[in-house]
Unconditional design. Structure first.
Length: 384
């Protein structure tokens, strides 16, 4: 029987491995450049290309077996099988649809553990991190929640067919959601809702920052040992977003900043007056910016989200917008030839964010690994 709606073979017909013995995990820890290039090709297949982006080559070792419709805030995902026994969960990134952009701008933070009323009939309980101060981007949390309703049953079906190893991948917005999906799935496994033998490896490609430092700590602890990577082109502006604001409450409770008198002991009266004034100015400005952040990228955006999602009830926002880079970073450094080649398209703000830019740099990264000495100016010339 085939999935006539999408023209894709069901998992059972394609694999026929339900009686094969379970062996050690097939996904290996550590950054694998070939693995990244392959899943980058995978996740580019159901995403929109930029105006100057080049067509991406087809994956070589992966076959798509399921493609979702657009759901939630124009989110989409697909399921692939790599080398017969490894599942690949690919999350689509931002599209040109206004709804997809609203998701990006819905940047007020929500607690990393709680519940959201997504619709009249969907009450989503989630656990991404246990620390009470951990918080994440609300828009991408909502997108991940809608996707999870489809992803979990497909994972359960894969497990029945003997697949326990999965790679989670996404580029741009898809990478941000990949962070949260990984956290969500790992905690479901730890709590017994998913088979304890299931394992995940994550490639967040060109991803923006998903949450605050407390969330980042738990994500990195949960995936330590080489099971999650944040791949960044150092000339790409998207991984620098969202705009972040740090206030004194974002520090651990045991810090000297909340009691300025500790700094002022032994200082002259003039110095005490100067430092108190300076601290007041430095503290009040971020607090005002935080209020504006919540107003425009929380309350005002949520009104549009509620129009799009009948029955949606916005979560109680976390009082911070201290976004940080998350996960072990793999930095792709453009060389002189790359930059000269792309300077002809300076008006395209996506030129360093496109799939083709990441593919070129990843191929250079691979080439550099095989060369003890190389000329930076010639490597990309060959690739480009």
């Amino acid at each position: 029987m085939r999935d006539e709606k999408r023209g894709l073979s069901p998992i059972r017909n394609y694999l026929s491995i339900e009686n094969m013995p379970r062996t050690a995990s097939l996904i290996k820890p550590g950054f694998d450049i070939d693995e990244y290039i392959e899943v980058l090709k995978v996740t580019s297949q159901n995403c929109e290309l930029g105006p100057n982006d080049e067509a991406m080559p087809e994956p070589e070792s992966c076959r798509k077996i399921y493609q979702s419709e657009a759901i939630g805030l124009d989110n989409m995902w697909s399921l692939w099988i790599k080398d017969v026994r490894i599942g690949v969960i690919s999350i689509r990134g931002t599209t040109s649809d206004e709804v997809s952009w609203l998701q990006n701008f819905y940047a007020a933070m929500s607690p990393a553990k709680g519940a959201i009323q997504l619709s009249h009939s969907q009450h989503f309980e989630y656990h991404l991190a246990s620390h009470p101060e951990a918080a994440v981007h609300t828009g991408w949390l909502v997108g991940m929640a809608f996707l999870s309703y489809e992803i979990i049953p497909k994972l359960q079906n894969c497990i029945k067919q003997g697949i326990y190893d999965f790679i989670v991948v996404g580029h741009s917005q898809g990478g941000a959601i990949a962070y949260m999906l990984t956290s969500y799935l790992c905690n479901l496994r730890n709590e017994g809702s998913l088979d304890e033998k299931i394992r995940f490896k994550t490639y967040c490609s060109a991803a923006p920052k998903p949450g605050n430092l407390y969330y980042a700590y738990e994500f990195e602890n949960q995936t330590q040992g080489g099971f999650a990577y944040n791949v960044v082109n150092t000339h790409d502006w998207v991984p620098q977003t969202p705009i972040t604001i740090q206030i004194l409450n974002d520090f651990n409770q045991e810090n000297p900043f909340l009691n300025t008198n500790l700094f002022l002991e032994g200082q002259s009266l003039l110095m005490k007056m100067f430092l108190k004034h300076a601290m007041h100015e430095l503290v009040s400005s971020p607090k005002q910016a935080l209020r504006l952040y919540k107003k425009y990228l929380g309350v005002k955006i949520q009104s549009h989200i509620m129009d799009l999602l009948p029955g949606f009830v916005p979560p109680k926002y976390y009082p911070s917008n201290y976004y940080v880079r998350t996960g072990q970073a793999i930095l792709l450094h453009p060389n002189k030839t790359y930059l000269e080649r792309l300077n002809t398209q300076e008006d395209d703000v996506w030129i360093h964010h496109n799939y083709s830019a990441y593919l070129h740099l990843a191929q250079n990264y691979k080439r550099d690994l095989n060369l003890p000495e190389h000329d930076d100016d010639t490597n990309l010339q060959e690739t480009a």
